[in-house]
Design a protein around this ligand. Structure first.
Ligand code: FAD
Ligand code: FES
Ligand code: FES
Length: 1316
């Protein structure tokens, strides 16, 4: 590409122009230079349907669809999904953007994708829904039609913490060309149900703006239009807050721009700008050069050698690779590259990001495990680089590129040569979860082999490895060794493996997988490659080393009773809010428009865990334009603690003297906008003294003597809970075992971050908070400000996921905002970013279980001593440990039991409740004991479980006798049949026999969950009937956070009052109606609010019925609802009813039962595993709302799968900083991690004699069932170990990452055989 003249490149322009939802915006210097598209959308033009969390490309919330010039085909455009958190506003010149608001709404009718998500019950908290829809919309716009497999892969960048993904996948797959007919049928039903809109008039004018509970008012689907693009900027630059933005249209224009830069000026060429998602601290920049106007950089030359311009996106490159791989035999190898690149990042990053940007990231950060670099190096690609000083061109290979001084230089293109027919290429990317994760180790192995001569290596092979250390690229010694050797020879293979083992020296970083694993993995991948190349030459059992596990296309089945007796209670209706969630209209805290004088806060936090604060210097921060003040402990007029009812101990908002943990807030920078506040916060200089090594684990805390026994709340002593005499039973038992089990922490991963907004008012403060507990928000604000509680009004419309994270931890944010608002006398908003949220707040408590168990020859337990030790963090306010005496018995009877709940303190943030807190760890403990006993006795583990099942009528430790053991008598037999357990176990055994390197496990896990309403869980309820039209409004003290509380209470009200569901709305929760209400959590909120609404509605109904009878007598017929309501009003009947769900009036306790069967397959050589199928039977009583309950079961189960597998928490051992602090470092499950076949059954005929209208709670218990993944993994790993002569018990501490699976299998190179 010859350099061209760009004569206009020094002319200044004043603005960029872009179109958003058909409106054209011209943006000039008034908007800051680094503004991200998402912030412009949300806060400048109020399109708040697009959400944001991670701001690093890892969560998908901010996805929008952009129509951009297609430089490859001049004059044409292409439409793609992009992440608005990555795109810089000033690089979007000429773009036409569609946001969720453009797709459809209750005013204009909905798009098919929205209708599908709604109709398939695919929203819970709804925070992820707009991003999900826009990603799919982008994919459909790009491809026209999609297959089900493409749909599944398209969601590789969107996290949903609530649903477990299955309904979202089903919704979108129903639109796939080859979608399952059953899904398509359901879609047709959805379309039919809401066809032609208004159920009242039969005709929709799209104007009423009314939300229809249970349905949606629709017009025909509206596709976003693709307006013509504004012309590209004619090569000028604009200067925004002293930062220059260049938009050259020729290569020479880039060179000119580069030449104008000062010697040490930091600049960035901007293509997708996705690199900032990985390396967040590069910058700040004084110049940006947007290169999207230069069409040469988009060149694709399909001839041999293949040439790709620097700006060719990863998505486009994949298409080109796929095409050439099938059309040119020399490029067959590009199929491998295409497959590999498809697991780089996620759809939207690949759409926006180019390969050259990736290579530059590798150039700047040699430790980056770039897949693009490694694969292009394996392809012997050659780069063309242009030098801005003289427009000269150089050609380098990729290794030379890493050593090239790239200052003022531009990558122009890359060429990929064809390969010879004998060349074989295999690449790998081993990651903590299936997609959207960087590699622990990536590898490319290329060999030219003569298959006719024992697979002799004809030329020096290429053995490339990433993720070893920043310098390591080639396994050079192994490459040299293999030349002219035959890899079909076992000795050659083993020698090569040993050489490789010696030459690989991985570095060690606390946040990475261990060096041992990475080394073993690298060598294992080499073995996999050779076996794969040799194919059927290898003995059948060893062939299993070669291929990766193939995950089938996923599917789901749901089954539940359709009992119409109590409808709409029990009717499968969509969530009340679903119709506004899918259009982005559902309002969350940060969607509230900014008040004109509203300020924004950003925390300054500690970077060490155990030290004394020496000094805090805010000088530089205060100099930043727009910074208003710094707030710290000295500004607190009341008490420096954000705890009132959430525990007995104070927990400071801001550090006062000694630092308790790394990440603890020191103060809050308050500024005119969020970016300024965050920027200034980083400039605050903090000094520490008396810095000590932190205690970060339970074991270290035990060593340091930091254990204390928790309160036994039955005896009110610190004695253990006891039943019978465990000591004696252990002495007399035929067999005894001791053991331990460590279970890690878990980040709640609420998609809406902790946020608060405090507005000074005439009588105090209005507090908007993402809280699960408004009463505590109110009390903590009053305590901190030292003012009366009645001067604080808290209001919560909904929250975007809680899972326990917003019970109390959230109050750091709301109290800090309150202190700031008081100081500046203006509204203050604090919206934490993901890293802040992850570091300042505590997570799920880690647990250590210790046990001693005595049993007979059948594995029947005679006595056990069990201790559960919880790590509560620096203060023990919210431990679940002392409530677990029931859970630790699960569905079993332990006649002699001593249960000791203990706690330790560590130098970490105070931990808190996380969905099914403690309960899940207690169930895991006893299930681990069952496995241990079975392993010891070498008997069937299910039989051990059955031998220990509690019999009806037998009282257990503080658990009343059950009338029936439902799991044993009903659920397990049903599961065994439904899930074809006997036959599948045979298949698993056969598979394991026939495959050396792949193993399967099939496990069954029973569950009992005692559900006892704590008396302090009480909620205020008000139900009001409006006399004007008879519609009903409910307000309650619970919080809607995705669990469907509002839908369930509305269903109950509709049933009791006898009116249609659509006549009922549920209002925001506040501290007037909901005054003194308890936290919403533990599944208690939904049950008790539904109970309260039932009581309130029954009272109303009784009052109304008196009048109704009178009217009937007078007129001889039943009045209509409206006639009745009006008459009541006329007769002075109070049409409002309040109820307080008093502890003494709570429904009776009940038992919840369930079981899961889970089958998975592991790849021993890598540790990677795929869950092939999971069947769950959950006892939800007579479900109040079946799809809501199924959603709870699926969501909880998948959250548990993440907890037990990919969600690893890591700390810096020296400073105590949490290293798992973003989407790059912490991996909750994604859509491709869920069971490939996922079946949920709500136990039929299971009406609950207690509870609310025959129902049972579903929000928490199913998470316990996810321990089935651990027991299935144990089975698969054991199958491999046993083949190698090791039948010993091994302790499976969780989470069980792919690293641990590999290590427990005990792979070593001597096992790398080829022939039996
Ligand atoms: C969530 C996420 C996950 C990811 N996962 C992976 C992964 O699994 N594997 C992997 O390999 N990568 C991964 N990436 C990296 C991703 O591939 C890159 O971010 C992307 O390819 C960069 O392209 P870009 O156009 O956005 O570059 P930009 O961010 O626009 O630019 C990146 C850098 O390249 C420079 N630059 C751009 N073009 C040129 C040029 N022509 N000449 C010289 N310098 C140039 C820029 O100045 C800048 O410094 C991930 C990224 C994200 C955000
Ligand atoms: S906020 Fe953009 S991907 Fe997470
Ligand atoms: S519904 Fe997906 S995160 Fe809540």
């Amino acid at each position: 590409m010859a350099p061209q003249q760009d004569k206009t490149s020094t002319e200044a322009s004043t603005a960029v122009t872009l179109t958003i939802n058909d409106h054209t915006y011209t943006v000039g210097p008034e908007v800051p230079s680094g503004t991200r598209l998402v912030d412009f959308l949300r806060h400048k033009i109020q399109l708040v349907g697009t959400k944001t969390l991670c701001r690093e490309g890892g969560c998908g919330l901010c996805t929008v669809v952009a129509t951009v010039p297609d430089h490859e085909t001049p004059g044409r455009t292409k439409t793609i999904s992009v992440q608005a958190c990555q795109a810089l506003l000033y690089s979007c010149h000429g773009w036409s953007i569609s946001t969720i608001e453009h797709l459809g709404s209750r005013y204009d009718g909905y798009h098919q994708l929205q209708k599908a998500l709604h109709g398939f019950y695919g929203t819970q908290c709804g925070y992820c829904s707009p991003g999900m829809i826009m990603t799919m919309y982008g994919q459909m716009s790009t491809s026209g039609t999609l297959t089900a497999a493409q749909v599944e892969k398209s969601l590789d960048g969107n996290i949903c913490r609530c649903t477990g993904y299955r309904p979202i996948l089903d919704a979108f797959k129903s639109l796939a060309v080859d979608g399952d007919p059953a899904l398509k049928e359901r879609l047709t039903d959805i379309e039919e149900a809401y066809k032609d809109g208004c159920h009242k008039t039969g005709e929709c004018k799209g104007k009423c703006g009314r939300k229809q509970p249970g349905g949606m008012c629709t017009r025909s689907s509206k596709l976003a239009t693709r307006p013509s693009l504004v012309p590209v900027l004619n090569g000028p630059f604009l200067t925004v807050d002293s930062v220059r933005w260049y938009h050259p249209v020729t290569l020479q224009g880039i060179y000119n721009a580069l030449q104008t830069l000062g010697r040490n000026e930091k600049f960035r060429l901007v293509v997708g700008n996705t690199g900032q998602g990985v390396f967040k601290n590069d910058g700040p920049y004084t110049a940006y050069i947007a290169t999207s106007g230069i069409k040469e950089l988009y060149t694709v030359n399909n001839q041999s050698p293949l040439e790709l311009g620097a700006n060719v996106s990863l998505t486009r490159a994949i298409e080109v690779f796929q095409h050439l791989a099938t059309s040119d035999p020399g490029y067959l190898y590009l199929k491998t590259l295409a497959d590999h690149w498809q697991v780089v990042a996620n759809v939207s990053v690949r759409n926006a990001g180019c390969w050259a940007g990736n290579l530059m990231m590798k150039h700047t950060h040699p430790g980056f495990q770039s897949d693009i670099f490694l694969t292009l190096l394996a392809a012997d690609a050659e780069l063309t680089i242009g030098n801005s000083s003289d427009a000269s061109i150089t050609h380098v290979n990729l290794e030379q590129f890493l050593k090239t001084d790239m200052s003022r230089k531009v990558i122009l293109s890359i060429s990929l040569p064809p390969a010879t027919a004998n060349t074989k290429l295999r690449t790998f990317k081993i990651t903590p979860r299936a997609v959207n994760a960087h590699a622990y180790v990536n590898a490319c192995f290329k060999m030219e082999l003569n298959a006719g001569d024992g697979f002799k290596v004809l030329t020096k092979p290429t053995l490339l490895l990433g993720g070893i250390n920043p310098q390591f690229i080639h396994a050079a010694k192994t490459e040299n060794f293999l030349l002219n050797k035959k890899v079909s020879d076992v000795k050659t293979l083993l020698d090569a493996a040993k050489i490789m083992e010696r030459e690989i020296i991985p570095d060690s970083h606390p946040q990475d997988a261990s060096p041992e694993y990475r080394k073993s993995l690298a060598v294992s991948l080499f073995y996999k490659t050779v076996v794969g190349f040799l194919g059927e030459k290898v003995s059948p059992r060893f062939q299993s080393a070669g291929p990766n596990i193939v995950r089938p296309l996923s599917s789901g089945r749901q089954s539940f009773d359709m009992n119409q007796e109590t409808w709409p209670v029990g009717e499968p209706v969509p969530k009340l809010e679903s119709a506004i969630q899918i259009s982005g209209e559902a309002a969350y805290l940060d969607d509230i428009p900014y008040h004109p004088n509203e300020l924004h806060g950003a925390f300054v936090h500690t970077t060490v865990a155990n030290a004394k604060l020496k000094s805090v210097d805010t000088t530089e921060a205060m100099k930043v334009a727009g910074v208003v003040t710094f707030v710290n402990a000295s500004d607190i007029p009341g008490t420096n603690s954000f705890v009132v009812n959430a525990g007995p101990f104070p927990d400071p908002i801001f550090v006062q003297d000694r630092v308790k943990y790394a990440g603890q807030p020191i103060g809050l920078v308050v500024a005119k906008d969020r970016d300024t506040a965050y920027h200034a916060a980083k400039l605050v200089i903090v000094e520490y003294e008396d810095v000590k090594k932190p205690i970060l684990t339970i074991k270290d805390a035990l060593k340091a003597g930091k254990k204390h026994t928790s309160m036994n709340f039955i005896t009110n002593t610190r004695e253990p809970y006891t039943l019978g005499n465990a000591e004696e039973a252990l002495k007399t038992a035929a067999h005894t075992l001791t053991g331990e089990l460590s279970q890690g922490s878990q980040y709640h991963f609420n998609m809406e971050p902790h946020s608060a907004r405090v507005v000074p008012t005439e009588d105090g403060y209005d507090v908007y908070s993402t809280t699960q507990w408004p009463t505590e928000t109110q009390a903590t604000t009053a305590q901190v400000l030292g003012i009366a509680t009645n001067s604080i009004n808290v209001s919560v419309r909904r929250i975007g996921g809680g899972y326990g994270s917003k019970i109390s931890r959230q109050h750091i944010v709301s109290t800090a905002a309150a202190v700031a608002a008081r100081k500046v006398k203006q509204p203050v908003r604090v919206v934490t970013d993901l890293t802040t949220n992850m570091t300042y707040a505590g997570w799920r408590e880690p647990f250590l279980s210790k046990y001693e168990v005595g049993f007979d020859g059948n594995g029947k337990i005679e006595g056990a001593k069990i201790e559960l030790i919880a790590d509560t963090g620096h203060v023990s306010n919210e431990s679940a440990v002392s409530f677990l005496f029931g859970a630790v018995q699960n569905a079993y009877y332990i006649p002699n039991l001593t249960f000791t709940p203990s706690m330790v303190n560590t130098d970490t943030a105070a931990n808190t409740y996380c969905r099914t807190p403690g309960h899940v760890e207690a169930v895991a403990t006893i299930e681990n004991i069952m496995e241990h006993i079975a392993s010891y006795l070498k008997v069937d583990k299910m039989q051990v479980r059955l031998n220990n099942m509690v019999a009806p009528g037998v009282p257990r430790m503080f658990v009343p006798p059950h009338q029936k053991n439902v799991v044993k008598d009903e659920i397990l037999p049903l599961l065994t049949t439904q899930a074809s357990i006997v036959q599948r176990q045979r298949e698993v055994d056969d598979f394991n026999k026939n495959n050396k390197w792949k193993k399967r496990g099939l496990s069954i896990l029973p569950m009992w969950y005692g559900f006892d309403y704590p008396s302090m869980f009480r909620y205020g309820i008000q139900v009001t009937i409006y006399e004007h039209d008879g519609t009903v409004a409910i307000s309650h003290g619970g919080i809607e956070m995705g669990q469907g509380i509002n839908t369930k209470v509305a269903q109950v009200a509709a049933y009791v009052l006898g009116i249609p569901l659509e006549n009922i709305v549920v209002k925001a929760s506040d501290t007037m109606v909901g005054a003194n209400s308890m936290v919403t959590g533990g599944s208690f909120g939904t049950d008790l609010c539904a109970h309260g609404v039932r009581v309130a509605c029954t009272s109303l109904r009784q009052r109304l019925d008196v009048v109704k009878e009178k009217m009937k007598k007078e007129t001889g017929k039943d009045p209509t609802w409206l006639q009745l309501v009006k008459k009541c009003h006329a007769e002075d009947v109070d049409l409002s009813q309040r109820y307080w769900t008093a502890g003494k009036e709570h429904p009776e306790r009940y038992d919840i039962w369930g079981a899961a069967a889970l089958e998975l397959e592991i790849d021993v050589l890598t540790g990677v595993f795929v869950i092939r199928r999971a069947d769950i039977i959950e006892d939800s009583g007579r479900s109040m709302s079946p799809y809501i309950d199924i959603g709870q079961v699926e969501g909880a189960f998948i959250m548990g799968i993440g907890f037990y597998t990919s969600e690893m928490v890591k700390y810096d051992p020296n400073t105590g900083q949490k290293l798992s602090n973003g989407t790059w470092e912490y991996k909750p499950p994604m859509a491709l991690d869920i069971p490939a076949d996922f079946r949920i059954t709500l136990l039929p005929n299971a009406k609950n004699p207690y509870g609310v209208l025959g129902s049972k709670a579903t929000g928490e218990p199913p998470l316990c069932l996810s321990y089935a993944v651990v027991t299935a993994l144990r089975q698969a790993i054991t199958a491999f170990r046993q083949e190698n002569g090791d039948s010993s018990w091994f302790q499976m501490d969780t989470p069980i990452t792919v690293e641990k699976v590999h290590q427990w299998c005990g792979v070593n190179t001597s096992q790398f055989q080829l022939y039996e």
